[in-house]
Structures are given as C-alpha cells and as structure tokens.
Design a protein around this ligand. Structure first.
Ligand code: FAD
Ligand code: EPU
Length: 283
C-alpha cells in the first residue's frame, strides 16, 4: 500500500447541498497514492459544490486530493513567462478556488477574477470550466496535468475541446495540477472586476445548494424559464425551488436526494424547452 488515508464517511459533509450517504473516501496526497486509488472503480470529489449524492451513498471509492495536491505555488516561472503572459508554478487540483482568487487579487494578477464566488476546488472548476459572464477557468490556464487510466498526461487548453461549462476532459480523468496563465494588473483593478462579478450574484440564494441546476440553453436563462413556468417556491419534502432565483434548489434542512430529484423532474416536465442538467447526480 502507498499510504493513502482511507475512511468510510458520510459524503453530505463534503457537499454544499449537505445531502449524501456514506462511501469509502481516499485522501490522496501524491501521484503514487492516486494511481493506487484509481485501480478500482472510483469517483473524484472536488469541492462538492455541484453534486447531488444519493442518501445511500455510492459503491465506488471516492477520491479526494489532499496534501501537496491541494497546495499552490504562485511563483511566476521566468522560463515559461513572457512580458504579457505570466505562468505560475503548479496549483493542485484540490486547492479551494475562493482562496486562490483572493490570493491572486492581492498579488494584482488578472485573468481568473471573473470566477469569484464559485465555491469549488481548482480541479472541479477546471473539469467543468466553471465561470460567470465575467470570465471562466479556461481564461487563465496554461498547462493541465491529468491522471487518466492510461497514465499521467500533460496537456494545454489547445489540446482540449472546451466551451461553456465544459472542459472536454472525459469524466473520471482527474485534474491533478494546473499552471495558471495570468496578466500583470493591480490589486485595485482586479478587485473592481471581482466586485462586478459579485454584484451579479446578489439575487442568488444564500442557503445550502449545489448552484444552478440547469445550464442556460442556447443563450436563454434557465432560471427565467423555470420562473416563467411558475415554479418558484415549489417545495418537495425539504427541498425548495428558491424564491430568489428559480435555477437554484435549496436544502431547507434534512432534504433527501429524492426530494431534489423530484423537483428536477417537475422542472423538466413543466418547462417547454429541453434543459441540460448542470448538477452531477451520484450515482
Ligand atoms: P464537485 O462538485 O466536487 O464535482 C463536480 C464534478 O467535477 C464531478 O463530476 C466530479 O467528479 C468532477 N471533479 C471534481 N474534482 C475533479 C478533479 N480534480 N478532476 C476531474 N474532475 C473533478 N458554477 C459556475 O460555473 N458558475 C457559478 O457562478 C457558480 N456559482 C455557484 C454558486 C454556489 C453557491 C454553488 C454552491 C455552486 C456554484 N457553481 C457555479 C457550481 C459549482 O461551483 C461548479 O460546478 C464547480 O465547477 C464544481 O466544482 P467542485 O470542485 O465543487 O466539484
Ligand atoms: N431571471 C428570472 N427569474 C429567475 C432567475 C433569473 O427572470 O428566477 C432572469 C434575471 O432577471 C435575468 C436573467 O434571468 O434577467 C439572468 O439571470 P442571472 O443574471 O441570475 O444569471 P443566470 O444566467 O441565471 C448565470 C450562471 C450562474 C452565474 C451567474 C452570474 C448559468 C446556468 N448560470 O446565471 O452560474 O453565477 O450567471 O454570472 O450559466 C452555476 O453555473 O451554478 C451558476 C450559479
């Protein structure tokens, strides 16, 4: 054994929705531990901010990046950088995104500030190219290191077919580390853009939630469509379609995955346009 810490734990505590039963959690802190963890069926858990996990948990082992794979080296690499493009050292996939965005702001480094307010880990945010209308993860990526069943790969964004809420990286390929591609700015200018992105969030609920339930279909707002279908405030069990913003489902306390699934089904039945789920449902 390579020494990964393995514990059977309730997954609810790793998610922003606060729902989910038990699984065997593998805390891996280096590549050898990760390789061992990937030998049996697995799932990769990031910040748990986009997940609806069944009350019975999942059968697969759940991998969580920790230790050095959750650390960041923001020193600018002089060999890779130019006057216009500053390239950092490696930032672990397990690094919490909000702290990273704050640190970059203090350093006056720009490109990722549009992602402020996304409670993800770097790996999860990269995997789905999380973003807002002020910017997305792929605005600031130089290199990605990805663990695949065939071994470790290092790729650039140009190798991937990424787009809106999509990195093009296959499911269960694990983003272990990235190098960031940044621009020199000032703390004040970066903060100004962060404030704009924050303001756009004012109408989002402050309760336990996995963020937006559905992607915006072809330029239309999923929230507006669900709102127009009259579904705001609809409750099933202890899950509620948020009165503040109809594309958010919140946990009133003690919600089950079944409550959330029932609301998702209701939305799909009532909204005339096909909607693509943004949440990940486990299993
Ligand atoms: P998880 O929720 O843990 O996992 C989501 C998926 O990513 C799973 O398939 C998982 O297997 C995979 N994954 C996790 N880590 C890795 C990794 N290292 N390598 C490969 N795959 C991995 N999203 C936006 O895009 N824009 C927003 O403005 C936004 N606002 C939000 C606001 C709130 C309050 C909340 C709760 C969520 C919001 N979200 C938003 C949704 C969510 O934060 C994003 O989808 C984010 O990318 C999820 O990242 P995570 O690390 O939490 O991943
Ligand atoms: N609207 C309604 N009713 C509602 C919700 C919204 O009419 O219940 C209207 C608003 O009035 C506005 C329009 O729909 O005119 C767009 O709403 P909003 O500004 O809230 O943006 P959004 O498109 O709903 C997107 C992202 C969010 C991101 C915000 C801010 C998606 C699916 N959602 O929301 O991302 O935080 O912009 O940039 O792309 C997420 O992906 O999880 C997420 C929260």
């Amino acid at each position: 054994r390579t020494g990964a810490r393995v514990e059977r734990l309730p997954l609810a505590r790793f998610t922003t929705l606060g729902v989910g039963g038990e699984a065997e959690v593998w805390f891996v802190s280096d590549h050898a531990q990760l390789t061992e963890a990937m030998e049996q069926p697995y799932r990769i858990l990031g910040g748990g901010s986009n997940l609806v996990i069944a009350d019975g948990g999942v059968l697969e082992r759940v991998i969580r990046l920790s230790g050095p794979l959750a650390e960041r080296d923001l020193d600018i690499d002089p060999e890779l950088s130019t006057d216009d493009e500053l390239i950092t050292g490696w930032v672990g996939g397990g690094v919490p995104l909000p702290g990273l965005i704050r640190a970059l702001q203090k350093l006056g480094l720009s490109n990722l500030e549009g992602t402020v307010g996304i409670p993800a880990q770097v790996g999860g945010a990269v995997w789905m190219n999380a973003g807002t209308r002020y910017g997305e993860m792929f605005d600031g990526l130089h290199t990605l290191e990805i663990a695949t069943p065939e071994g470790l790969k290092v790729v650039t964004p140009g190798d991937l077919r990424w787009g809106y809420r999509d990195s093009g990286i296959p499911r269960n390929h694990i983003v272990t580390r990235v190098r960031l591609k940044l621009r020199r700015s000032t703390p004040e200018a970066v903060l100004e853009k962060m404030t704009l992105a924050d303001t756009a969030r004012k109408g989002q609920p402050k309760m336990k939630t996995p963020g937006c339930a559905f992607k915006n279909p072809g330029g239309m707002g999923a929230g507006r469509l669900i709102d127009e279908a009259g579904l705001k405030g609809t409750r099933v069990g202890n899950a509620l379609i948020a009165p503040e913003h109809a594309n958010f489902i919140v946990n009133l306390g003690g919600a089950t995955a079944g409550d959330v699934h029932a609301l998702l089904n209701l939305i799909r039945q009532r909204v005339g346009v096909p909607l693509e789920l943004e949440y990940e449902l486990w299993p």
